[in-house]
Structures are given as C-alpha cells and as structure tokens.
Design a protein around this ligand. Structure first.
Ligand SMILES: Cc1ncc(C[n+]2csc(CCOP(=O)(O)OP(=O)(O)O)c2C)c(N)n1
Ligand code: SF4
Length: 276
C-alpha cells in the first residue's frame, strides 16, 4: 500500500475543506486514510467511487474526499446509497456511518439494507458514543459505561455489530480497530470489490466524548486497550467458551459472494422488457 501522505493531493479536497475537525488521536482520520489507500490499491478512478455519509464526526468524510460524495441526513446514508446503486450499479458505493448514524437512528435502514443485500460497503465507525453532538449514549455504548446521558452508568445492553449484520444475512462481515490499520486496508479493499452488502466495523477511539468519561487517561491508552482486548477471530474460535469473555474478535466473520439486490433487479427488468 502506498504512503497516505503521497495520496493527499490526489484524493482530498485539500485546498477547500481543511483544516479538518477531528480531535487529536481520533480514529476517524485513520479510517479516512484507509479508504483512500484501498481505492488507490484497487486502481479505481475517482469518478467510479461514491462516498455517502450521514451527519456526525464520521460524516465529515464526505466533505473531505474528492470522490462523488453525498453528505446526507443523519441515519439515512444507506437509503441514499440504495438509490445510487440501483440507478447506476457500476459505481462503487462506500457508506460511512457512525454507530449512532448506522445503528441508532439508522438501525432500521441498516438491517433492511443488509437483508436486501444491496451492493454497497457499509463502514461503521464504532466509537461507542454520539461524538459530534456531545457524547450522548448510542446503541453501542457498553453496559455500565458512562456518557453525557448516562452519568450513573448505562443500564442498556449494546448491539454487537458483527452479530447483527450476520443475522441480517450480509455477504461480507468484518471487524477491525483504528489500531489495526493494515487489517483495515485489507478488509476495505475486499469489501469494496465484493458483491452484495459488505460490512466493515471499525472500533475507533473518541477520547473527547467517551474516553475521558470512562477512566482512560489519554487516547494512547484507548489504542492500548484495543491491543490488549482484541484477538484474531481464528484464534478466538479455538478458545474454550470460558476464556472468550471480554475478548473482541477481529477479522472476517462472513465472506459470501451472493449477487447484490441491484443485480437481481437488473435481471428482472431485462426479462420484463424482453417480454414486451
Ligand atoms: C435527524 C437528525 N437527528 C439528530 C441529529 C443530530 N446529530 C447530528 S450528529 C449526531 C450524532 C453522531 O453520532 P455518530 O453517528 O455515532 O457519529 P460520530 O459523531 O460519533 O462520528 C446527532 C444525534 C441530526 N443531525 N439529524
Ligand atoms: S468528538 Fe470524538 S469522534 Fe468527534 S472528532 Fe473528536 S474524538 Fe473524533
């Protein structure tokens, strides 16, 4: 993979939209680099790629990259992506969403886009919190952790994004962290190419809104936490049940190549046209 710095001038709206809004140490910038490296590695032209994002710190990516972009309503990125993919199935559609965007307000769209197997890459930046709006709890805020809206500890259980996507039948389901950038590049490269609905969950630190409320001293500690608490999914599967607790598996959980909804829709359209 090529050094990201060399690609900035090619892929970012560097003269218009910077400086960026990200806090020091925020993992979102690492994801931005990975998207650019993956597109570059695949040899796609900027015109072939559409990046669609909702609102949130994660949503700012649609402003920074020089692809076809839509910075759309919070929680509705997948609906816009569905329309784009159906209108022009040749486009590579990457949808960037925060956990609030993808799974809280956008949860219904997420499960149905996965069930329908629409051909897009759904990148879920899971920082356990609503970052941009001040650190309210989301549907991935862990039980008993602290947020602006749960100052005495969160009573609800959180979604497991990978299990949710598997349950909805998504083709490709994977997880990495902002620390594991090389794995992220591999997963994204694969997801962009694969047919159907492809999920890449990235666990990414938000020290500003989540870390400091949850006893992390600084953002480096959050990256160390990922190192200590993640394990490759292949190794995780070999562990006895009692040793799995507290360990987060990363890697590929599903790798199917079933045709995307847009492909089946196109075939049906051709069939009906030929009957006329
Ligand atoms: C329909 C709608 N509801 C609520 C908001 C307010 N809002 C903007 S960003 C945001 C939270 C973003 O959190 P997340 O999606 O997790 O992304 P992050 O900022 O953490 O990257 C909310 C609630 C909005 N803009 N539109
Ligand atoms: S508030 Fe959190 S998610 Fe938003 S830029 Fe800062 S660290 Fe990143």
């Amino acid at each position: 993979m090529v050094e990201t710095t060399k690609l900035i001038h090619e892929y970012l709206r560097h003269s218009k939209k910077f400086p960026h809004v990200y806090c020091p140490g925020c993992g979102h910038g690492i994801v931005l680099g990975s998207i650019i490296r993956s597109v570059h590695h695949l040899g796609l032209s900027k015109d072939e790629v559409v990046l669609i994002a909702g609102i949130g710190c994660s949503g700012r990516m649609a402003v920074y990259v020089d692809f076809n972009t839509i910075h759309t309503t919070h929680g509705r990125a997948l609906t816009f992506a569905t329309g784009v993919k159906l209108a022009n199935p040749k486009l590579k559609v990457i949808v960037v969403m925060g956990d609030g965007d993808a799974l809280s307000i956008g949860g219904n769209h997420f499960i149905h886009a996965a069930r329908r197997n629409i051909g897009v890459t759904a990148l879920v930046l899971n920082n356990n919190i609503y970052g941009m709006t001040g650190g309210q709890s989301s549907s991935t805020t862990p039980e008993n952790s602290y947020s602006t809206t749960t100052p005495y500890g969160h009573l609800e259980r959180d979604f497991d994004v990978v299990n949710l996507a598997l349950g909805c039948g998504a083709n490709f389901v994977s997880r990495t962290t902002a620390l594991h950038a090389q794995l992220m590049d591999k997963l994204l490269t694969k997801a962009i190419e694969n047919p159907g609905f492809n999920v890449v969950e990235v666990l990414t630190p938000c020290f500003t809104q989540y870390g400091r409320k949850n006893k992390f001293k600084n953002v480096v500690e959050m990256y160390s936490w990922y190192r200590k608490n993640t394990i490759k999914v292949e190794k995780y599967k070999e562990l006895p049940e009692e040793k799995r607790a507290g360990k987060i598996p990363i890697g590929v959980f599903s790798d199917k190549q079933e045709p995307g909804f847009e492909e089946k829709y196109g075939q049906l359209r051709e069939k009906l046209r030929s009957k006329k």
